[in-house]
Design a protein around this ligand. Structure first.
Ligand code: C2E
Ligand code: MG
Ligand code: MG
Ligand code: MG
Length: 309
């Protein structure tokens, strides 16, 4: 009977498996040409100071406009690109775009804010908007990565402190000596390093001791639970307290409601991003946002669709 069930299962799943493989193969092939032609887009989502709504910077989020599939979200191709190694050129491309945009914002912000005091903790006389770029494990482990970052900074005369690199725990888990050395090199350059999606997987606060990380992004799943149980609240508050005590800035991800924002403000979580403030937007809209908000304040505006360039 067991054998029969196994056979039936095979028969039932085999065509699906095959369809999946064909689909995968197709995607991989068109991803190849997309990488070769750099036919991606980068959207930018504001990161704000929770208490005031003041704009701090943007996270760069890649999109793949596909001729038959529409805008393919990163979940559907980043893993594929990681497996094939295509993430290395793709990631370098995203980094270059993000740096170019950040240089434009710097220009715009300094035009708009002439004489305005920086909120960045005295790093400069004017507020430095930063761009935060996701880096996959495979990309970070590539031996050329640090050079790519260096060249990108040089090529855009970019202040290293206005670049944040978001790493996931998969980079940190292995306790690889080269990973640590590369992180030290980047941090010595002045680039800031963040842990992304903190709280998922095996994220450990000891990473904050072991690595030169100065920003911690608390995963959306924790923010979702904020208003629902006092335990969830206590957890986020505890993580925030410990991180901030260690001099690590906390960014809450995926804030969708005013209630979540208020709870975060009460517990003293400094920074956040989410649909409540703004969705990811095209570079031009990011530029207009910087221009329009003279005081660089993003007014809560829930709803509305993502706005591609
Ligand atoms: P992530 O780095 O954690 O980025 C945050 C994700 O949450 C983004 O999804 C963003 O659009 C979404 N988000 C932001 N606020 C809200 C909210 O209030 N509600 C909800 N439901 N979602 C919100 P996105 O753009 O689809 O990106 C998904 C993931 O793909 C990213 O998660 C990141 O891990 C990866 N990714 C995106 N761009 C790149 C890239 O250039 N390189 C690499 N290696 N990975 C990338
Ligand atoms: Mg991220
Ligand atoms: Mg995240
Ligand atoms: Mg994520």
């Amino acid at each position: 009977a067991a054998k029969g069930a196994g056979k039936r299962q095979w028969r039932r799943f085999h065509p699906v498996l095959q369809a999946g493989m064909i689909e995968r193969h197709e995607l991989q092939a068109s991803l190849d040409s997309a990488v070769a032609e750099s036919s991606f887009q980068v959207l930018y989502q504001p990161i704000v100071e929770i208490a005031s709504g003041a704009l701090e910077g943007f996270e760069a989020l890649v999109r793949w406009p596909h001729h038959t599939r529409g805008l393919v979200p990163p979940e559907q191709f980043i893993t594929l690109a990681e497996e094939s190694g295509q993430i290395v050129p793709l990631g370098a491309w995203v980094l270059g775009h993000a740096a170019a945009e950040a240089s434009r914002w710097q220009q715009t912000a300094s035009e708009c804010l002439d004489g305005h005091d920086g909120l960045d903790g005295g790093a400069g006389p004017r507020k430095q908007l930063y761009v935060s770029v996701n880096v996959s494990a495979r990309q970070f482990r590539d031996p050329g990565f640090v050079d790519v970052v260096r060249q990108t900074l040089d090529g855009h005369s970019m202040e290293p402190s206005s670049l944040i690199l978001e790493l996931t725990e998969s980079v940190l888990m292995r306790r690889d000596e080269r990973v640590r050395t590369d992180m030290m090199t980047l941090s010595d350059l002045g680039v800031r390093l963040a842990i992304d999606d903190f709280g998922t997987g095996y994220s450990s606060l000891s990473y904050l001791r072991e690595f030169p990380i100065t920003i911690l992004k608390i995963d959306k799943s924790f923010i979702d639970g904020l208003g629902k149980s006092s335990q969830q609240y206590a957890l986020v508050e505890g993580i925030t307290r410990i991180a901030e005590t260690l001099g690590v800035r906390v960014i809450a991800e995926g804030i969708e409601s005013a209630r979540q924002r208020d709870l975060l403000a009460v517990m003293g979580c400094p920074l956040g991003q989410g649909y409540l403030f703004a969705r990811p937007m095209g570079a031009d809209q990011a530029e207009s946002l910087i221009r329009a908000s003279k005081d660089l304040t993003v007014r809560p505006s829930a709803g509305g669709a993502e706005t591609p360039p």
